[in-house]
Ligand binder design. Structure first.
Ligand SMILES: *Cc1c(COP(=O)(O)O)cnc(C)c1O
Length: 361
């Protein structure tokens, strides 16, 4: 296929075309140095500027308070599942977790290796079709933190507002970071794998309140200690240079778009168009309960699995790619992160209408 398609992939996910074009030029010759971006020393002035620029854009766009460190780590979001309890829970300490999907469940499993884990809420019995409201659970008094996943990528559910707990919040924002305004000061730690809303796979953004850096038990390996990376500006060892650079370009793009408030509105408009189409007929059924619907990942079913397979295959032939749901719930999923253009949504909605007419249940 000669042209780019609309890519609904859940992650790695679509990136702004202008970012890809700039990156492909810089890979060959970065800023007229005659050296490609991925060949340059991470200690060079040129790369240090790239890393500083990416960090300052994270701080500016998310309004990160000064008492927080911004780290660029490796090992994916999944490594944070163990790094968090390893660093923040000493022996016998407790933390509360909200089990709202696959990623939360995996984090709970790892946390149990390090501490006493209180699963304060679980929506597993209803195939993770919703996230809890504040009154639905209580957090153990002696918990060090309340852990939750702000957007459940696989099930298509999202917290529309952050839990109002007095406990320090720790959040996996891998699939909705920078898609809407948040108050960072309510969190002890926020992390996000880059490959949904920030850039390519290979870097994990961690935002950590600086007083937490001294909690790490002494026998923690150096590379797995947050303070190691905080003290060295994420340059203790070779950082993931290319993903950090692309993240910087994505953030510049986001700033040109008007920043988080503008993208939040755009994201809501995009998601509303798809949900309106789903709600306008019985043919399509949303997986998520109304009050928990995600603006980033829209999960839905057709009347039968056969129709779903046909829907996904036919969509791909007209340039609507990656609509297959995750293997754990099946069905369809449209992942429409910040960089997904509204034109692709219009095309999807038209296709949904036509498919229903041509393929009665
Ligand atoms: C994709 C995803 C992960 C896993 O990220 P990796 O970088 O592959 O480890 C974790 N949490 C959420 C919410 C995700 O969407």
């Amino acid at each position: 296929m000669a042209d780019r398609v609309y890519n609904f992939s859940p992650g790695p996910a679509t990136l702004p075309l202008e970012v890809l074009k700039t990156a492909s030029k810089d890979i060959v010759n970065f800023k007229e140095t005659g050296i490609g971006l991925i060949e340059i020393s991470h200690r060079s002035r040129e790369f240090m500027e790239v890393a500083e620029n990416t960090e300052s854009l994270v701080r500016e766009l998310l309004e990160v308070p000064d008492n927080y460190k911004v780290l660029f780590l490796q090992g994916g979001a999944s490594s944070q599942f163990f790094m968090i309890p390893m660093n923040l829970l000493g022996d016998g300490k407790k933390a509360s977790y909200l089990n709202t999907g696959t990623w939360a469940k995996k984090a709970i499993k790892e946390a149990q290796l390090f501490g006493n884990i209180d699963v304060a809420y679980s929506s597993e019995d209803s195939t993770f079709d919703h996230v809890p409201k504040d009154g639905d659970y209580s957090v153990a008094n002696d918990s060090e933190y309340l852990y939750f996943v702000s957007n459940n990528t696989i099930y298509g559910t999202q917290f529309s507002s952050m839990p109002q707990s007095e406990k320090m919040l720790v959040c996996d924002m891998s699939s909705d970071i920078l898609s809407k305004k948040i108050d960072v000061s309510r969190f002890g730690l926020i992390f996000a794998g880059a490959q949904k809303n920030l850039g390519p796979a290979g870097v994990t953004l961690v935002i950590i309140r600086d007083d937490l850096l001294d909690r790490t038990p002494a026998k923690t390996p150096t590379m797995l200690t947050y303070k190691t990376h905080a003290e060295k500006g994420s340059m203790f060892n070779t950082p993931p240079c290319f993903p950090i650079y692309v993240m910087g370009e994505v953030l510049k793009w986001l700033k040109r778009m008007g920043g988080v408030e503008v993208i939040e509105k755009y994201n809501r408009e995009k998601a509303a168009l798809v949900y309106e189409q789903i709600d306008s007929t019985d043919y399509y059924r949303a997986h998520a309960r109304d009050d928990s619907r995600s603006v980033m990942n829209i999960t839905f079913n057709l009347p039968t699995a056969e129709l779903e397979a046909k829907f996904i295959a036919e969509a791909a032939t007209i340039g609507l790619n990656g609509l297959k749901g995750h293997r754990s719930i099946g069905g369809c999923r449209a992942s429409i992160y910040n960089a997904f253009p509204k034109e692709g949504i219009d095309k999807l909605v038209t296709f949904m209408r036509e498919f229903e007419q041509n393929n009665p249940a």
